[in-house]
Ligand binder design. Sequence first.
Ligand SMILES: [Fe+2]
Length: 448
Amino acid sequence: MTPIAVRITRLLAVTAILLATVLSGCTQDSDAPSQPADVATDIGSADTVPGEEDAAMDCPSKCDDWLACTDDFCDTATGTCVYKAVLGECTEPIPTNALEVGPYLQWAIQTEATIMWETTERCVGAVLLSKVGDSVWTPHLEGSFETIHEITVSDLTPGTEYAYRIRPCLDDEPVPEQWAFETFPESSDSYVFSVWGDSQDHPEVLSDLAEMMWDDGTRFAVAVGDVVSDGEVKEQWKELLFDSIASFSPYIPFFGAMGNHERNAEWLYKYYHLPEPETRFAFTYGPARFVVINGVTAYSMFDPQGAWLAEETESPEWKEASYRFVFFHEMPITNLWGHDKIDGEPLIRKVLMPQIEDKGVSVLFTGHAHCYERGYLPAGLGMFLVVTGGGGGGLDTVVSGDWPEITVAESKYHYTRVTVTPETAVVTAIALDGSELDTFDVLPGPIE
Ligand SMILES: [Fe+2]
């Protein structure tokens, strides 16, 4: 039997036993150590008990490890920890499976969060979750063998801090670090979010910007695309994106819109965890509605997102929001580009803009042009346009357009910070040196 087959067999076995355990109302044996409070101090320890045949006898003394023998893992018949006995925790640990990426958060909203990471080998991983200040840690096992891991924890309480640990692979040592995140609140008057785009092949720029976003107290970030140079090249997702945002990505989520450089590659769908089809989604934070859509000409024109968008913009969540922010990659217009032949994307203007320009959008954020631009698009109900494509890709410096709608244009690396309050949303472009490139106010107002 191959190692993978062995692991699959073990997974099936533990799944069956866990199910039987849950159905039988298993409770922890009184002799088994209860731990969670002690677990934190022991998570770095190694199990050295040899021989799976002895596991049932030896495991109870090892149940103080961080994947503790809680009710779900307790075999009352033998008083042993099912997880350890079946998954071979009591055998000699294999060498630690290095964390390639993460952990990082995806789709962490009011009541759920997905914790992701990548390992060098395919395996089953686990997350241990606890409310901050609580002594109860709940284990969550992954349901499949992967190198890119994702575990969704749900039924969370809004506006609550949770601590988590990960076991990248069950056969490996636990990672000693502990991270935390706070679920989105049910309501919130004031907070900060950040937007960046087109970081591409200068991860050192994104790394600095990410630290600045984190220092700004951002609650989440939105990436408007082109976070890699070639989405088909797997290594770029680690080297250009995840390593660069490691300062905040374990603690707050980022929401990624697809750019043309992502190339609609499978890695986008593997590394992101977003509502299907993962290229368009919406969420609410306090008084604002956030809508991310597919704004890449090559991939979106045949994407049936028009009906989805029409439904979204008719929804109570959209209409009753004080602010409505839309994000996609390719800008409809620009006055800066790498040469003088492009002043925007005609198909975006022709196909996509009519779908949003009379819907009460407060601000449309895009990237694609490697610069910062602020404009106001008067068509329909009118909306601000922010091109925030200065995240690291080579800057666009050629004056290529003459759109009077664009009133501010800067070829500088930057990110955009938005401070939401009941009275106004303050949009500020922050340059790499910390200076303000631009700032303006957006007034609130639900759609009548
Ligand atoms: Fe682009």
